[in-house]
Unconditional design. Structure first.
Length: 498
C-alpha cells in the first residue's frame, strides 16, 4: 500500500481533472484525490485541510491560479505544490519560483504522462525542505555527503528519502528520481527482496545482507545492506532506514580467491595423480632394471672385461640415481596430499632426533651442531623433522676446508616464529637465493656434490604448507643462513622457551 498523501487537484476543466486522476491512480497503488473545480469546493477543501499535496492550474475561471497557490502556501507552507498548466511565459515561471512551487508540468499529452514523476519529485523536495530545518539537520547534511547509500522507506519498501550516493550507485542524476519508487524493485533477484522483507518482519533489522542491485543501465552490482525499523513522529509511523555499501571489489576478490582455490585443488589432484604414476608406473620398470642388472652380473660377471664391467656399473649407478630422484619427486608431491595433522611439536626434540639420525654423517665430517632454546609450535611434526633433516644435511654436505659448524636458533616476532639454521660452509652468490628452492636447480655438478636437487624445494613446500616462508642469506665462502617462519597458531600450543 502506498503512503502517498491525499492530493488536492485544482482545475476548472472537469476532463483534465478526471484524466489526471486516472493517470495518478494508475501510477500509484492507492491514492486519495479530491477534485476542486469551483471556489466553493476550494473553500471546503481548505477548511477541511486533509490534503498533503496540491496540483493546481494557473489558469482558472473563478480565480487567479497564482493567488490560489499563494493562499495555499500562506496557510500550508510545507505542503508540496505542483503547477500543472498550459500557460507559459517567463513571468509565470518567476512567480512559480517566488512561491516555491515544487514542480512545473506543462499540460499536454506528454505532461499527463509526466505527472506521476512530478508528484514523486515534489514530495521528495518537500521532505528535504522540512528536514533542512529539523533539529537533526547537521546530521542529515552529513548523510548527504556520505560515500555509502542511505535510504529511508516505508515497511513495504517505498522510498521516502535517499542520499546522492545511492542515486549515483544506481546511475541516476539525483535522488529525486527515487522518490516513491520501491526499494525492492532494484533487487536483481526476487528472492533477495523477499529475504529483506522477511527479516524486517521477523526481527525489525537486517544485518549485512549481501545482494545484487540493478543499475539503470541494466548492469548489476554487489552491495551489502543493513536495515532497521524506527518509529517516527507523534503517530509512531514506522519507517525503514537502510545503509547500502557497494561491495563489487570485495566480491570480485572473493570470486578470484574461489577460482584460485579451485585451481589449487585441481593442481593438488593432478599432483596426487602424478604421485601415483611415480609410485607405480615408474617404480616398476626401475625395479625391473635393477633386478636384471643383478641377474646379469651374477650370471656373466666373471666373464666381463674391465670395460664391460665399467659399463655395467654405470648402468647400475644410473638406475640407483633414478630411483633416488623418483623417491624425491614422490616425497615432494606428497607434502600437501599426505601431510599429517598440526599438533604441538617441540622443536628441540625434533632437532635432537634429526641429529641422532645424521650421527654417522656428523661424525664423518667432524661437524658440531649447537642450538639455542627452541619453542614448541603447532605443526606437522613429521614434516618439520624432514625440513630440519634436509637443512642440516646440506649444511654438512656443502662444506669448505673447515669442519662444519651449524647453529640453530629461533626468534619470536609479532605473528610468527623465525627459525634460523646457520653454517660456515661454502656459501653462494646472493642472486642465486631464489633458484636453489626450485626443483632440480643445482649450483654444482653431481660429481662435486651428489644429491637429487630437490631437497630445498621440499623444504619450501613444507614451510608454505605451514603458512610460512623460507629464504637464505649467504655470501660465497662465508657460510649460509637458512631462515624459515612458522605462524603462531592459537590454541595454547605455541610456547616460548623457558
Amino acid at each position: 500500500m502506498s503512503s502517498l498523501p491525499r492530493i488536492l487537484l485544482i482545475d476548472d476543466r472537469k476532463g483534465d481533472r478526471e484524466l489526471a486522476s486516472v493517470v495518478l491512480s494508475g501510477a500509484f497503488d492507492r491514492v486519495d484525490i479530491d477534485q476542486v473545480g469551483s471556489a466553493a469546493q476550494f473553500s471546503a477543501a481548505m477548511s477541511a485541510g486533509l490534503f498533503g499535496l496540491v496540483i493546481a492550474d494557473a489558469d482558472l475561471e473563478w480565480s487567479d491560479g497564482l493567488e490560489v497557490i499563494e493562499l495555499i502556501r500562506d496557510l500550508r507552507p510545507d505542503c508540496p505544490i505542483i503547477l500543472f498548466t498550459a500557460s507559459t511565459g517567463t513571468e509565470l515561471w518567476n512567480d512559480a519560483l517566488r512561491l516555491h512551487v515544487d514542480g512545473y508540468v506543462g499540460k499536454s499529452s506528454e505532461g499527463f504522462v509526466e505527472l506521476p514523476a512530478a508528484v514523486r519529485a515534489a514530495l521528495f523536495r518537500a521532505r528535504r525542505r522540512a528536514l533542512a530545518t529539523a533539529k537533526d539537520a547537521p546530521y542529515r547534511r552529513l548523510v548527504e555527503g556520505l560515500p555509502v547509500g542511505v535510504v529511508v522507506s516505508t515497511p513495504g519498501g517505498e522510498i521516502l528519502e535517499a542520499n546522492p550516493a545511492f542515486a549515483t550507485m544506481l546511475g541516476l542524476a539525483n535522488p529525486e528520481a527515487l522518490s516513491r519508487r520501491s526499494f525492492t524493485e532494484f533487487f536483481a533477484q526476487p528472492s533477495a527482496a523477499s529475504s529483506w522483507r522477511s527479516q524486517l518482519e521477523e526481527s525489525l533489522t537486517v544485518g549485512n545482507l549481501d545482494v545484487q542491485l540493478k543499475r539503470t543501465d541494466r548492469t548489476t552490482m554487489w552491495v551489502r545492506i543493513s536495515s532497521w525499523a524506527v518509529d517516527s513522529g507523534p503517530n509512531g509511523v514506522r519507517q525503514i532506514q537502510s545503509i547500502i555499501e557497494e561491495t563489487d571489489e570485495f566480491h570480485a576478490a572473493q570470486f578470484e580467491l574461489a577460482r584460485r582455490s579451485q585451481a589449487l585443488a585441481r593442481s593438488n589432484a593432478e599432483l596426487e595423480q602424478f604421485a601415483y604414476v611415480v609410485s607405480h608406473d615408474l617404480q616398476q620398470p626401475l625395479g625391473m632394471i635393477s633386478s636384471y642388472l643383478e641377474l646379469l652380473e651374477t650370471s656373466v660377471g666373471d666373464n666381463l672385461d674391465d670395460e664391460s664391467r665399467d659399463y655395467l656399473d654405470r648402468v647400475a649407478r644410473g638406475a640407483d640415481r633414478m630411483q633416488e630422484m623418483v623417491d624425491a619427486v614422490l616425497g615432494y608431491a606428497r607434502v600437501d596430499t599426505r601431510g599429517g595433522d598440526f599438533r604441538p611439536v617441540d622443536l628441540t626434540a625434533v632437532l635432537e632426533s634429526v641429529v641422532e639420525e645424521l650421527k654417522e654423517s656428523i661424525d664423518a665430517a667432524k661437524a658440531k651442531i649447537s642450538h639455542d632454546d627452541l619453542p614448541t609450535v603447532v605443526a606437522d611434526g613429521t614434516q618439520l623433522h624432514q625440513l630440519l633433516h634436509n637443512l642440516l644435511s646440506n649444511a654438512i654436505k656443502f662444506v669448505g676446508p673447515r669442519p662444519p659448524r651449524i647453529h640453530v636458533s629461533a626468534q619470536r616476532n609479532d605473528t610468527d616464529w623465525q627459525v634460523s639454521v646457520r653454517d660456515n660452509g661454502i656459501g653462494m652468490e646472493p642472486d642465486t637465493g631464489e633458484r636453489i628452492f626450485v626443483m632440480f636447480q643445482r649450483l654444482h655438478t653431481q660429481d662435486e656434490y651428489p644429491g637429487t636437487g630437490i631437497g630445498l624445494a621440499i623444504c619450501k613446500r613444507i614451510v608454505e604448507r605451514h603458512g610460512g616462508r623460507i629464504w637464505v642469506e649467504s655470501q660465497p665462502h662465508r657460510g649460509s643462513t637458512f631462515v624459515f617462519t612458522l605462524p603462531q597458531r592459537s590454541g595454547g600450543e605455541d610456547e616460548a622457551p623457558d
